[in-house]
Design a protein around this ligand. Structure first.
Ligand code: 3HB
Length: 336
């Protein structure tokens, strides 16, 4: 699968007018800009706009492309698929508590994957406004969201085994909760954990009524094509299950980068039965998103990330709240 991160002032790249409506190579587009718009089909492709910047920031558009794709809408789900990959985006409508609608929307998404024949869910992104604020019952919105998501995995899992994918769960500056995900038909998928982090789905009760449902990374392999892609979840300054270096931005950056290095390092890949021709390091990570809680911290985080990642790596920095109020930075990326 190709991944193109188009920088176009917060608006999708103009698409050629002669593009056949049902034969686009665009599986989905996500705008990281100043305005939220629920997923729609735009020019025949799924398009979601997240409020992730202030009004005067440029933002960027992420475009997922694959083979000739068919796009459609089913209830709240907007999706496209090409025979191997499914991209799907959804909004979770606003309510005083999001648990039930999160569960129902997730279940609808799982059913769509099943119906269309793309059961191997490998990467999800969840954007959650007011993530660290309380809902109507005094429960943090992220924890409320996690409860509904976890129920969806549990309920669906009774029918068909569905391992938890790599994911991101991060704040948005407005709009409604929205998610998008990628699943595939025949790729070999392996879900990775980090040797020095407790799996998030086994976090103790202190972090909420139900644990977050995600793996630390997913490896997707198409052996016949010689393709190996590694999707790294949102990663932060957590060791075991605890946040470390609570108010120290640079130390949080360093632990986060170390966590990614350990996750993608040879020992951990071998532990998960994955063989790569060469050792993977931070220099191999691309399509990076860095979420920074305080806008004024972005320059320092940018400098640190520019040193750590390859000079040609595509890195986007976003000012966003992170799922735990003591986390200051979170980093995700892809190795292709
Ligand atoms: C999540 O809840 O899906 C999640 C949250 C994070 C990092 C990765 C995944 O802060």
């Amino acid at each position: 699968m190709d991944y193109a991160n188009l920088i176009s002032g917060g608006h999708p790249q103009a698409l050629p007018e002669d593009r056949p409506l049902m034969n686009s190579r665009v599986l989905g587009m996500v705008n990281f800009g100043p305005v939220f718009q629920k997923p729609v089909l735009e020019e025949g492709s799924p398009f979601l706009s997240l409020r992730m910047t202030s009004a005067d920031e440029k933002g960027f558009v992420e475009q997922w492309t694959a083979g000739p794709a068919q796009a459609s809408v089913s209830g709240d789900l907007v999706y496209a698929h090409d025979g191997e990959y499914l991209f799907c985006a959804a909004e979770i409508p606003a309510s005083e508590r999001c648990r039930n609608l999160t569960r129902e929307t997730y279940l609808a998404a799982f059913e769509l994957m099943d119906e269309l024949g793309y059961p191997r869910l490998f990467r999800m992104w969840n954007y959650i406004p007011r993530i660290n604020e309380d809902n109507a019952d005094g429960l943090e919105i992220y924890r409320d969201f996690c409860a509904g998501r976890s129920e969806a995995f549990e309920l669906y899992g009774r029918r068909r085994h569905l391992p938890m994918p790599a994911a991101t769960g991060i704040g948005a500056q407005g709009g409604n909760i929205a998610f998008f995900f990628l699943s595939c038909r025949s790729g070999r998928v392996t879900f990775l954990e980090n040797p020095r982090q407790m799996p998030a789905y086994t976090y103790p009760r202190q972090y909420g009524p139900r644990s977050p449902s995600f793996a630390r990374a997913t490896c997707v392999q198409h052996d016949a094509l010689g393709v190996l892609n590694l999707y790294i979840s949102g990663t932060a300054s957590i060791i075991g299950h605890e946040t470390v270096h609570r108010s120290d931005l640079m130390r949080q950056c360093d632990v986060t980068l170390e966590n990614i290095s350990l996750l993608i390092g040879r020992d951990n890949l071998i532990r998960h039965g994955i063989e790569t021709p060469a050792d993977l390091t931070l220099r191999d990570v691309d399509f990076i998103k860095v979420y920074v809680r305080h806008a004024e911290d972005i320059p320092a985080v940018r400098r640190r990330c520019r040193e750590a990642f390859a000079p040609h790596a595509n890195i986007q920095f976003l000012n966003a709240d992170i799922c735990r109020s003591d986390l200051l930075v979170e980093i995700e990326g892809i190795i292709t």
